[in-house]
Each structure stands twice: as structure tokens, then as C-alpha cells.
Design a protein around this ligand. Structure first.
Ligand code: ADP
Length: 485
């Protein structure tokens, strides 16, 4: 049980279908492990394809009434969700920390970030404005109205189990869509708790449904082949994104994809070093590096390089590593064994090609999945860590000489999600930002995520945007009505 005020309800572990929490008929359950110990925490219902189709039925039954609900009323329900979620911040943070492993401080931040999507989209729900224009011939009027796209399947990852769910649910509901959420099998409890909070805050039955599946492929495929489903929003790996785009192709389902990243972090000689270190700590160590926006490659100009490596190693080395739920922990556990193995492989590859380990570099010998904050410098071209997201607390540092070289290095990846630029010359920083092939650039800061901003990637980092007004339009179709005048 979390510290402070306990949860006002037992955390659900079944599927939410319409107005009921239903166990799976087969009795099959998915075990949920605590990454800090490896111990099994509990289990959740493993929904069958039939049960998932029941969720589509429930979403369909609620769809017309929800789309017809006055925008102000939908907004009021969403703002009630915001307040309800913030009221439960402490135990919800504890729950996130338990099933995901992240430090409580990160988890509290996630709850606030997640709840913010409810507030932002409560404010957007009443501002879905259309357009009226005169056709160039003058003979008719062009009327454009934004209508809800229809039932949406939302598939979320384990790294932000609350925020990735609300970032999709809130705009969908604001637009007038009903949804089926399929959380990651590693971290379903947070999503189930958020769904219960939403139910209690007044979200009508069937508007939000949640199913978990140990084998998500067949369940998601069945949903994406149901003609009533019109939208897919996915956050996860590029590899699974490609599979889902193929699945969505059969019914030509509108797809929003937030996929992998490989964020470069550029530091120029004229950067404010204190600020760059502070930003690097956020960009690298938020969520212990388990973020698609996490800085993966630090390109540092020669004149400031050695000082940067020394200062970053000191700052990262000062972090307290431990179970996320323990007060004082700053870097929690990685999600699972596979994650640790991937980090080990990428570090070993970089070292074998000549990189120097300045800090950490070895899995901790203790129960659970712990990798320490690590800095590897002089990472050589061709090292796999430069092309693959490490998704852990490892900073790879590479020196550069010229701005053009830094931009070329930053762009030498099939990904294009986030990038970071540090320079006190704002004109240069903005010019560099324009040239980096990515969806988001942070200038002299270590954080891009904001409910009010369009989050998303270019190249193989994804399609579409979440957050801001852009995120709402992803759940709408433009209806054009030609009117004779
Ligand atoms: P990660 O590598 O971060 O675990 P994944 O892309 O594997 O990310 O998983 C993200 C989400 O995609 C999870 O909810 C997972 O269950 C789901 N998923 C994985 N494979 C499939 C699939 N074949 N079809 C539908 N969803 C899938």
C-alpha cells in the first residue's frame, strides 16, 4: 500500500468492458512483476479475442451518445478527471513506481504530466472550430466541420504507463470518440487505475474500455479488422509500429504513431556549461533513460568536451540508485532482463570499438534489474549505441569540431523524434534546430514534453502529433460541405 492516503478503491485487475470489470472467461491471467525485486506483484485478466470484441461492442454502443454529448459537458467530465487524478497523485505515483520501477519523484512528475492532458483537452473540447470560405469562383461556399473519427484503438508502452494512456484518451474523448485501450503487458495496473478514476469522475460506460493481452498481436489485429474501428494510436517501438501500420492498412484505418527515437544532444563551445549539465541530466536521466525522447548521443564541441564529460560523470555518479519506491531514489530499476541485456550489449559493443568508460558500465549485482548511471566517452563511429536507442541510464559522448559536422552526425539516423541544442548564441541554436531532421528540438533545455505542444517525430519516429490542438485533430475527420450561393 502506498504511503500517505491509500487508494479509495481496490485497484482493478480485470478488463473494463462497458460498465463492468470482467475477468477473462478462460481464467488466464498475466503476471505483473516488480522490476526492483523480480517478485510477482499480482496478475491481470488476459483478454481473449472475443473479449476484445466485446470491448468494441461496448465502444460502439456508447459512440453515438458520446459524440452527441455537448462539448461543454465532455469538457466538464475531462476536467473532473484532471482533478480526480491529481487528488490521487501520491498512491498513483507509488503504483507506477511499483510496476515500472521508476523513482517516485519521476512517477509523481508523470502523474502531473498525465493529468495535464485531461485539463488541456477539457479546454480544447469546446474549441473544435470549423472553417467557412468563399470558393475561388465565388459561386459557392466551402463549409468545413470537424467530426469525431470514430472508435479508436489506443496501444501504449510501459515507460509512461499513465501519461501515454491519457495523452491518447483525453483528445479522443474531447473529439467525441470512444476508445479501447490496450496497455503494455508489463504495466497494466496504472492504466486500470486511471480507467477506474475516470469512471468515478463521470465518464459514461463504454466510452473508455481497457483490455490486456499476453499476446497482443491477435487481439489488436482482430480489433483493427472490425469495420466499426476507425482510428489507431500507437506508442511503442518502430518495429511494432510497422506491424500495426500493415494491420491498419486492410481497413485503411487512420494511424498515429509515436515510435522510437535516437535523440542527439548538441553542446557548442559557447554553451552555458552549468545549464548544459542540468539539461543533460533531465534529458538523459528522466525516467532513468527509459524515454523515447531521452538523449542517446551527446555530441560536444571540442573546446568544452573534456569539461562536459567530467561534469556529467560527476553529476550522474552522484545519483542514488535503488528501488523506485524508496524515498531518496533518483534512478530506479530498468523494466526487465531484456532491457538490461540490451544495455549491456550496446555498452560492450562501444567499448570493443574503443570507447572509454568514464562512469558505471556494469549491471549492478543485486536483485532486480539495475543498471547504474554510466558515461562512455570517445564513442567511435559505427558503434551500435549511435544507431540504437539504449533506453537506459547510459550517456554516449562524442566530440565534434564544426557545426556542419554536428548537424550531419545528428541527422545520421533513421529516427527523428527529439533533439537538444545548447548554445548561448540563440540565432545559431535556432538555425541548427531548423536543420535537424526531427519533430521536436529543445533549445537550452532538457525537456520537450508538454501537453500544450505537438509531440511527435519525423522519419521512422512516427506519424502524426499528440498534445496541443494537433493532437485533437488526429481524432477528427474534416467534413466538407459545398454550398451553392
Ligand atoms: P517496447 O519495446 O517499448 O516494449 P513495444 O513496441 O514492444 O515496445 O510495445 C508497445 C506496445 O505494443 C505494448 O502495449 C505491446 O503490448 C504492444 N504490442 C507489441 N506487439 C504487438 C503486436 N504485434 N500487435 C499489437 N500490439 C503489440
Amino acid at each position: 500500500t502506498p504511503a500517505g492516503r491509500p487508494a479509495p478503491f481496490a485497484i482493478p485487475t480485470d478488463s473494463l468492458i462497458g460498465d463492468a470489470w470482467v475477468p477473462s472467461a478462460s481464467g488466464k491471467r498475466i503476471k505483473i512483476a516488480d522490476p526492483a525485486t523480480g517478485a510477482v506483484l499480482t496478475s491481470v485478466a488476459d483478454a481473449s479475442v472475443d473479449e476484445a470484441m466485446g470491448a468494441v461492442d461496448a465502444a460502439e454502443a456508447a459512440a453515438a451518445a458520446w459524440a452527441a454529448t455537448a462539448p461543454r459537458k465532455r469538457a466538464n467530465i475531462l476536467i473532473a478527471c484532471f482533478h480526480a487524478m491529481m487528488a490521487e497523485q501520491e498512491w498513483l505515483a507509488h503504483l507506477i513506481s511499483l510496476e515500472n520501477g521508476k523513482a517516485l519523484t519521476d512517477a509523481r512528475g508523470e502523474v502531473a504530466y498525465a493529468a495535464e492532458f485531461f485539463r488541456w483537452y477539457a479546454e480544447e473540447a469546446v474549441r473544435v472550430n470549423g472553417e467557412l470560405s468563399v470558393s475561388p469562383t465565388g459561386g459557392n461556399r466551402i463549409l468545413v466541420q470537424y467530426q469525431p473519427i470514430g472508435i479508436a484503438l489506443l496501444i501504449t508502452p510501459w515507460n509512461f504507463p499513465a501519461a501515454m494512456a491519457t495523452r491518447k484518451i483525453a483528445p479522443a474523448l474531447a473529439a467525441g470518440c470512444t476508445v479501447i485501450l490496450k496497455p503494455a503487458e508489463e504495466t497494466p495496473l496504472t492504466a486500470l487505475a486511471v480507467a477506474e478514476i475516470m469512471r468515478r469522475a463521470g465518464v459514461p460506460a463504454g466510452v473508455v474500455n481497457v483490455v490486456n493481452a499476453s499476446d497482443p498481436g491477435p487481439v489488436c489485429s482482430a480489433i483493427l479488422h472490425d469495420p466499426r474501428v476507425r482510428k489507431l494510436s500507437f506508442t511503442g517501438s518502430t518495429e511494432v509500429g510497422r506491424i500495426l501500420l500493415r494491420e491498419a492498412a486492410d481497413q485503411v484505418i487512420s494511424s498515429s504513431m509515436e515510435l522510437g527515437g535516437n535523440a542527439p544532444f548538441l553542446v557548442f563551445d559557447d554553451a552555458d556549461l552549468d545549464a548544459a549539465i542540468e539539461g543533460a541530466m533531465v534529458a538523459k536521466m528522466r525516467n532513468a533513460g527509459e524515454a523515447c525522447t531521452a538523449a542517446n548521443r551527446f555530441y560536444v564541441q571540442r573546446g568544452i568536451h573534456d569539461a562536459f564529460v567530467e561534469r556529467l560523470s560527476a553529476a550522474m555518479g552522484a545519483l542514488t540508485v535503488g528501488p523506485g519506491t524508496e524515498p531518496g531514489t533518483q534512478c530506479g530499476a530498468m523494466i526487465n532482463r531484456a532491457s538490461i541485456q540490451k544495455i549491456e550489449r550496446l555498452v560492450a559493443d562501444a567499448v570493443s570499438r574503443g570507447a572509454e568508460v568514464k562512469l558505471g558500465g556494469q549491471t549492478l549485482d543485486r536483485p532486480g534489474w539495475f543498471y547504474p548511471p554510466s558515461v562512455i566517452a570517445n564513442v567511435q563511429p559505427g558503434s551500435e549505441i549511435l544507431s540504437t536507442e539504449v533506453f537506459g541510464p547510459v550517456a554516449a559522448v562524442i566530440p565534434f569540431d564544426e557545426a556542419d559536422e554536428a548537424v550531419a552526425l545528428a541527422n545520421a539516423t533513421e529516427y527523428g523524434l527529439a533533439a537538444y541544442v545548447y548554445s548561448e548564441d540563440l540565432r545559431r541554436a535556432l538555425q541548427i534546430a531548423e536543420r535537424i531532421e526531427c519533430g521536436m528540438v529543445a533549445v537550452n533545455r532538457g525537456l520537450v514534453s508538454d501537453a500544450a505542444a505537438p509531440f511527435g517525430g519525423v522519419k521512422q519516429s512516427g506519424l502524426g502529433r499528440e498534445g496541443s490542438h494537433h493532437g485533437l485533430i488526429e481524432y477528427c475527420e474534416a467534413k466538407y460541405i459545398a454550398v451553392s450561393w
